[in-house]
Design a protein around this ligand. Sequence first.
Ligand code: ATP
Length: 385
Amino acid sequence: MEESILNTGGDSELASKLKLQDLESQILDLKVKNEEMSREVAQLRRENNQLKRMPLFVAVVVDILGSGEVYLRQQGNNQEYITHVNDDLFKQLKPGTKVAVNNALSVVRIVGNIFDSRVRVMELEESPAVTFEHIGGLEKEIEEVREAVEYPLTKPHIYERVGVEPPKGILLFGPPGTGKTLIAKAVAHEARATFIRMSGSELVHKYIGEGAQLVRELFALAREKSPSIVFIDEIDAVGSTRTNDGTSGSAEVQRTLMQLLAEMDGFDTRGDVRIMAATNRVDMLDPALLRPGRFDRAIEIPLPDPAARKEILKIHSRKMHLEDVDLDRIVEMTENTTGAELQAVCREAGMMAVRKEATGVSQDDFEKAVRKVKAEVILDLRMYT
Ligand code: ATP
């Protein structure tokens, strides 16, 4: 009996030993597996980092679909797709967020907000500080612009009552530096509208491949910030007949122009976004831009006549202390001079007086300034011809 108890004791000890050995070998297996897994994790980390370092596409979130899915549109080719995003990123995304996407179309990180890119290319001023008092001459032209741009924003009921559709787009044309941008800003000020300016040549030369997208964003921003005035400067860079020469660059410009026309066609003339454009080369514009329902009112902004030149000189010298200056004499000396050049004459005359540490600006300073600015203009012309 005693022996059988002892035997049983020996058996259980043996069983425990075997179990221990078994567990130890399992631990060993697990250790080996753990090492394998660690190696695999390290490898995946390396691959992941590698993936992150590969060139990434930029896409914009169009919509958040819930359950971790987002609807993206890739910039450049406008391809649209739906992809799954991890929880951390998902919480930070909203429509309009720019994201970096890898080859497998997974979102890798957030790049920024779409608004940043728009601000990069567009000048945006909420109710600019320029008023009509800052503009010399151009009374008739200003009134025409006000009727076409400002009153539809400030007095839309009159147009409705009379049953007249205001023009959809207004084109200002004339030599550079004659006050086209100035008028657009003053009108925006008067209408308490946001002034959004985009340069056609920047769109074409600086943002290659992004033109059409930026035009879309320009109009989206204008709607968001309404009442607003969209001002497209140097529109000839986008809408010139000469750019249509069949090269790939011209195809891109053509796409930008198409987008612009599509945006204009989709616009309500009575809405609170008004569209203006400016050019120095109206003769080169694509006729498609000038069709009814697009830039259907063209207003010429000419070189200032003598009375306007005097006004402009007065505006730009109003803060100066003038000593017996005969502005009429300066007006005579400045035939065929733009507003921007007259501004330069005033600035230059002021600088001459400062250099002499004089008490004010004299006639001689002004006459010397005219000669200097004229010489610079001739030099500029030589460089560009
Ligand atoms: P661009 O075609 O080169 O864009 P623009 O016609 O739009 O030229 P503005 O930018 O309006 O010219 O004018 C440039 C500067 O010249 C203005 O900031 C302003 O100081 C001055 N200027 C031009 N015209 C006038 C004007 N009629 N009255 C007062 N200042 C003027």
